[in-house]
Design a protein around this ligand. Structure first.
Ligand code: SF4
Length: 237
């Protein structure tokens, strides 16, 4: 079950990834407010009750949606409510949050992500310049080093997610599958030791037409190298 904490009429994210399935931030400015905690919980409770009545199995509740879920000002409280509802209605169901990791300096975001079973945190490149071209964080002070320090606080209990691609965007060549990229990325993986690494590529249409999928054999080779570190991988090509 997917949960979108962001407005339905647009996108809200502190990254503006060139491959984002939701489109570029500038093209999808939202005009509505974020849904409040009570509204989110009422909708979730209704949905869980409906699923239970139908006898539907529910493996995972995933926070993703139209942007970055941790930007919701009541994120931690919503996670607390979700855990309480889940414990009551579907105690076996896991909770996942897909996050760009940009807001981990906020204590409440860090706390919330510590409480869920699957914090899935993005790191598309070990190099600031590649992240700036690929993910386009809106904070001028963004750095991979700071991001890595935040990820270290999970002490390996998180899933790291990386999207690999090749292409050009606004005249810049972008390729995070090169040996320089992959070997430096592996060095960070060795340091962070996440419990799992999700390796994937473009799946649906992207806002920029000049991007190409990283071929499956390339993703598999990268996964093999992660596997050699004794870390589980999940590849989607
Ligand atoms: S972090 Fe996710 S939602 Fe935000 S721009 Fe990137 S792909 Fe889109």
């Amino acid at each position: 079950m997917g949960v979108n904490l962001l407005p339905c009429d647009g996108k809200l994210c502190s990254f503006d990834c060139i491959y984002c399935e939701c489109g570029f931030n500038k093209d999808f400015r939202t005009k509505t407010k974020l849904p409040g905690r009570e509204l989110v919980m009422a909708a979730m409770e209704d949905k869980l009750n409906l699923l239970r009545e139908k006898g539907t199995k529910l493996n995972v509740i995933t926070f993703a949606g139209n942007g970055e879920p941790t930007m919701h000002p009541e994120f931690e409280k919503i996670i607390d409510d979700t855990i309480a509802l889940r414990n009551h209605a579907y105690p076996q169901t896991r909770i996942s949050v897909l996050s760009n990791g940009m807001h981990l300096s906020k204590k409440s975001v860090f706390n919330a992500l510590q409480k869920v079973e699957n914090p899935i945190l993005k790191l598309d490149s070990p190099f600031d310049e590649t992240v700036r071209l690929m993910d386009r964080p809106n904070a001028p002070g963004y750095s991979v080093a700071t991001q890595v320090e935040h990820y270290k606080q999970f002490q390996g209990n998180f899933i790291l997610q990386t999207l690999f691609l090749k292409g050009t965007f606004e005249g810049n060549v972008i390729d995070n599958t090169t040996e320089k990229e992959v070997s430096a990325w592996l060095a960070l993986i060795r340091e962070l030791r996440p419990r799992e690494v999700m390796i994937y590529t473009i799946d649906r249409e992207t806002p920029s037409g000049e991007l190409k999928k990283a071929p499956l054999p390339v993703l598999q080779k990268i996964a093999e190298r992660v596997g050699e570190l004794g870390i589980k991988t999940n590849v989607a090509g």
